[in-house]
Design a protein around this ligand. Structure first.
Ligand code: ATP
Ligand code: MG
Length: 592
């Protein structure tokens, strides 16, 4: 990629208006800058400039994978149903799996991921413990028939992923590769210019016990981005230590408030059926109240659950304690005899289990429903007035809760999951009968890890973090080109030839510098607007007036900073271009 590009030759159909269906910056700007085009819902084509960015992201990922010793392969997107039947995921994966039959009526799917295929690929051939560990990866198109494809490249139905799979003979060896991959994933985010956090997460569909998601922080000001099912998830992190966790799993340590009262007192609370109304009625904070929810588990056991009034019940956590937990509907609730809006732990009908969030153990006396319409208790004492059968971590952590590591109040951020690492264990090797012969001669199932980077999602996440009202501000490491020379006029015998000379001089001094010349016969305003929209990291404006004084104007897109530089000494003045001097650019972070 070291030739000089001419805008007049490039196919860059920029748009003046945001596409009607684009809700977020990356979708709008990648479309407007002529980098991608929608083909169908959740399916996009990459145009030349988008393709250049895509290749840069891919190359960063490829370099970091190769540096870990992983080897690149390419597996087919089209996968036989048999393998998915063997693993059990033909049924488990659900409608997201794109299925089809060939002309002989054999079942196939378009791969959403490749655990089955890779495991089948190495079984019988990766045979000896001496060949382990081995890590294989590919950069390839994946298919998921997402229920709601949206946000452009962030949640699409066809997307590019780098997926790696490692094979081991011991858990220690898996841990080593897992740590190495986690580090490589951090480096990939940094090299792409992403502000990110590694976050402990739930392992969901893939299975396995240990997993970390790499979340690119997204603009928290954009409230419409709060969607758990579309690549955005609320996360909590500690501003003081390294702790960061997905709110699905983060341990919740609240700061409950005590309501000072000497003994339990029943008070009339007519019409008060919500926590907000109760707090207002008593003139106290919601954190000083106790919220009640009633559900049943898969065995039909009814459970009354109590959590701090200012928190939400966490479905994943309660399901771990009471498998199959579901809230009762109004009819079922009525049958239990508990009055909706005034439920409490005092005098709970026989046979109902009382479960409470562990944080409530810290409050001696609760403000809670009295199991009588229109009444609540203040000062209900645990152990005296009522008893709790099961204490557990049941609430969803949020900003203001306490960091389980260091005690600092947590903060909340919204993030885009750009990549994830998993320890799979022997889930797939067992299901598909993939074994190696161990040192003692016995056959053992492989211990596996898998590691995915959403290449196209990473590209979109970079735009989410690097843009302004005028367009994209590409970090130089992934920009479609590094520097754009803008001659204010073309076709005269002074300005355009000077721009060409400048391009040549820069090229000679900086062999790795990718230069674009906007040689179109357009008004300067149009060229400036396009340069800002496309987001070249550096713009050099060549005009008649400047040239008369021997000067050109340089603009840095990321900062908006502008300065004049002498035409003759340009190559010497722009020290930030020095990294393009070498013919080989190392693996270090190249951001601006
Ligand atoms: P999500 O929770 O967002 O649906 P996932 O956890 O199912 O994603 P993985 O199976 O971990 O995804 O896939 C690895 C990576 O592939 C993700 O971290 C993400 O960057 C990317 N990815 C997954 N689904 C999509 C999609 N529909 N569109 C674009 N990228 C995706
Ligand atoms: Mg994931």
């Amino acid at each position: 990629m070291s030739e000089i590009l001419y805008m007049s030759n490039l196919y860059v159909p920029t748009l003046k208006e945001d596409p009607a269906d684009a809700e977020i910056a990356s979708h709008k700007l990648l479309m407007r800058a002529g980098m991608i085009r929608k083909v169908a819902s959740g399916i996009y084509a990459f145009l030349p400039l988008g393709m250049r960015v895509l290749q840069k992201v891919e190359n960063i990922v490829r370099e970091e994978m190769n540096a870990t010793g992983a080897q690149e392969i390419l597996m087919p997107a089209l996968q036989p149903a048999e393998l998915w039947l063997e693993s059990g995921r033909w049924d488990d994966y659900g409608p997201e799996l794109m299925r089809m039959n060939d002309r002989h009526d054999h079942g196939f799917c378009l791969g959403p991921t490749h655990e089955e295929l890779i495991t089948a690929l190495v079984r019988n051939e990766l045979r000896s413990y001496r060949q382990l560990p081995t890590t294989l990866y590919q950069i390839q198109t994946k298919y998921r028939d997402e229920i709601r494809p949206r946000f452009g490249l962030l949640r699409s139905r066809e997307f590019i992923m780098k997926d790696a799979y490692s094979f081991h003979s011991s858990v220690e060896s898996l841990q080593e590769t897992y740590d190495q991959m986690s580090e490589a994933y951090g480096t990939i985010c940094e090299r792409c210019g992403l502000d990110y956090r590694p976050v402990e997460a739930d392992s969901g569909q893939i299975g396995g016990k240990v997993t970390t998601e790499f979340m690119a922080l997204a603009d928290s000001g954009e409230a419409e981005l709060v969607w758990c099912d579309c690549g955005f998830a609320a996360d909590v992190y500690c501003p003081n230590c390294d702790y960061a966790a997905n709110t699905e799993v983060a341990e919740c340590i609240t700061q409950p408030q005590e309501y000072e009262v000497a003994a339990m007192e029943k008070i009339s609370t007519p019409g008060v059926t919500t926590i907000a109304a109760l707090a207002e009625f008593l003139g106290i904070d919601e954190a000083a109240t106790v919220k009640a929810l009633v559900g049943k588990d898969e065995k039909g056991q009814v459970i009354a659950v109590f959590i701090p009034g200012d928190h939400e019940l966490n479905e994943i956590k309660i399901d771990r304690v009471f498998a199959g937990f579901q809230l009762l509907d109004d009819e079922e609730l009525e049958a239990t005899g508990l009055p909706k809006g005034s439920i409490g732990p005092v005098g709970v009908p026989e046979g109902i289990i009382v479960a409470a969030d562990q944080n409530l153990e810290k409050i001696a006396r609760w403000v809670v429903g009295a199991n009588e319409d229109g009444f609540h208790y203040v000062g209900a004492a645990q152990g005296e007035d009522f008893k709790v059968d099961v204490w557990a971590d049941l609430s969803t952590a949020k900003a203001g809760d306490i960091c389980p590591n260091c005690g600092t109040p947590l903060e909340e951020a919204r993030g885009i999951e750009v990549s994830q690492v998993f320890q799979l264990g022997d889930k797939y090797s067992k299901a598909l009968g993939a074994v190696y012969s161990a040192e003692d001669g016995s056959d053992q199932p492989f211990i596996m890890g898998c590691y995915g980077v959403g290449i196209t999602r990473t590209l979109a996440a970079v735009v989410e973090q690097h843009n302004d009202e005028y367009g994209i501000k590409w970090p130089a490491s992934v920009a479609p080109a590094h520097l754009c020379i803008i001659p204010l006029t073309v076709g005269d015998d002074e300005v355009y030839p000077a721009a060409l000379r400048l391009a040549q001089t820069l090229k000679e001094s900086f062999p790795k510098l990718e230069i674009v010349i906007d040689d179109r016969k357009e008004r300067p305003g149009v060229k400036f607007a396009d340069a800002d929209l496309i987001g070249w990291p550096t713009q050099v404006v060549v005009g008649k007036r400047g040239l008369a004084e021997g000067k050109v104007e340089v603009k840095r897109r990321a900062t908006g900073e502008k300065f004049d530089v002498s035409f003759d000494s340009l190559a010497d003045s722009l020290s930030f271009l020095n990294r393009y001097k070498q013919t080989y650019i190392g693996r270090g972070p190249i951001v601006q």
